[in-house]
Write a protein that binds this ligand. Structure first.
Ligand code: C5P
Length: 407
């Protein structure tokens, strides 16, 4: 439904996967989209303009200079509901990230305010090059959606990562992006921390905890599906939303720095990570041997990230903490809510069966700063994620209506 009647520009740059862009156009067209192909000069070395013109909703555009449209460099991008670049070569990504608009496709990308989905395709060596990694990070930071390539056969008989995703997946992602634009968190920046921190004792050992990161990732996925721009700060490598910017960390100190770096711009911060409260005061520089005396590990407190975020909270920002408790749930949770200047705290009794760490289910009570509380009985972590975001959305309502009033 989300594609019906929507204007989708399909940008095609010069890689062998350009032949698959023909099917992307066709599928978008069949789903009811108005499809506008824009091909680079290099794309035309792989595929013919007539093929795209025949399958799309209007003749393919190829040139800044010889196009029937007035000012094609801005007209096409301005009228788009979505721009999909498939394939996106390393060169195209580099020009886009650097803002070099030297052909119709890059000009369209710079002129559009519509969401953009890039589908990279290139040889593995190029995909792994730091320049490509950094260009993609830049684009992601600016809100560009990236559908990462898969593993498989590449041009010239090579096999590896860099193969453009299949047309059906690209069209599904395009539909998801357009759907999420209509979601109730559309355009809001949601930062989620997930997983347990690891505090090193020596180069091979650490003090950790049993957090799997599942609840944090469920919140990240639910937020992305509702249109939020999601940043994940995580200690684990679970599957993240395609559109999320992910920062991997290990220690509480690293998580603190990563969270502080992104917190200022966040509308909602969900601190689902299980952060160590103590860390070894000194980290041995080489592996501690068992044939010596039994070592004593002296601990020192870590920084309380959530308290720091709460202290720096800006008006209108919503901060959500978690509290894993084994007794006196409400008193402890409400104490933390007040002490850390939170809007919501999601409390769970981790001693109950099926609740909390490592499970796929959870049961929580969400306490709000206004004194209200809602209890969600044993449910999937996805259902808990929805409830947490609903509660955050309620807290944000005042900010959102103020924004709407200001246009
Ligand atoms: O005080 P307590 O550790 O129980 O609070 C739990 C909440 O505080 C969680 O949201 C957790 O992510 C956060 N926290 C933190 N930094 C710490 C310890 C906990 O941000 N050092």
């Amino acid at each position: 439904m989300s594609l019906r009647g929507r204007r989708v520009v399909v940008g095609v740059s010069g890689g062998i996967a350009a032949y698959k862009a023909v099917e992307v156009c066709r599928r978008l067209f069949d789903a009811g989209a108005y499809v506008i192909p824009v091909l680079t000069d290099d794309a035309l070395r792989f595929v013919g303009v007539l093929t795209f013109s025949a399958l799309a909703s209007e003749p393919a555009h190829t040139s800044l200079w010889d196009d029937p449209l007035p000012s094609p460099h801005t007209t096409i991008g301005r009228s788009a509901d979505l721009v999909v670049v498939a394939p996106a070569t390393a060169r195209l990504l580099g020009r886009y990230a650097a803002g070099i608009s030297d052909d119709l496709l890059t000009a369209t990308l710079l002129a559009t305010s519509a969401p953009v989905l890039v589908c990279p395709a290139m040889h593995t060596e190029m995909w792994e090059h730091a320049a490509v990694t950094e260009n993609l990070a830049t684009l992601r930071r600016r809100g560009v959606h990236v559908l990462e390539p898969g593993d498989g056969a590449l041009a010239s008989g090579d096999v590896g990562k860099g193969r453009m995703r299949e047309p059906a997946e690209i069209v599904a992602e395009a539909a998801r992006i357009l759907d999420s634009r209509q979601g109730d968190l559309a355009g809001l920046r949601v930062v989620v921390s997930a997983g347990g921190t690891r505090e090193p004792i020596d180069p091979v050992r650490y003090i950790g905890n049993r957090s799997s990161g599942k609840q944090g990732y469920a919140i990240a996925h639910a937020a992305a599906a509702r249109g939020a721009i999601v940043t994940l700060v995580s200690t684990v490598g679970l599957r993240a939303p395609e559109s999320a910017v992910v920062t991997r960390v290990n220690t509480a100190a690293e998580m603190h720095d990563a969270m502080i770096a992104v917190a200022g711009a966040a509308d909602v911060i969900v601190m689902a990570a299980a952060v160590a409260d103590f860390r070894p005061a000194a980290v041995a520089s080489s592996k501690i041997k068992k044939d010596g005396a039994t070592p004593q590990v002296v601990l020192e407190p870590t920084v309380d990230i959530l308290a720091a975020l709460g202290a720096a909270k800006r008006p209108g920002q919503v901060i959500v903490g978690f509290a894993a408790e084994t007794d006196d749930l409400e008193a402890h949770a409400r104490g933390k809510l007040a002490r850390k200047n939170l809007d919501l705290i999601v409390a769970n009794d981790v001693s109950a069966p099926g609740v909390g760490f490592e499970h796929d289910t959870n049961a929580v009570t969400i306490f709000a700063a206004d004194g209200s509380a809602s209890t969600i009985g044993l449910s999937s972590k996805d259902a808990i994620a929805t409830a947490v975001l609903d509660a955050a959305r309620t807290c944000l309502a005042a900010t959102l209506s103020a924004r709407a009033a200001n246009g």
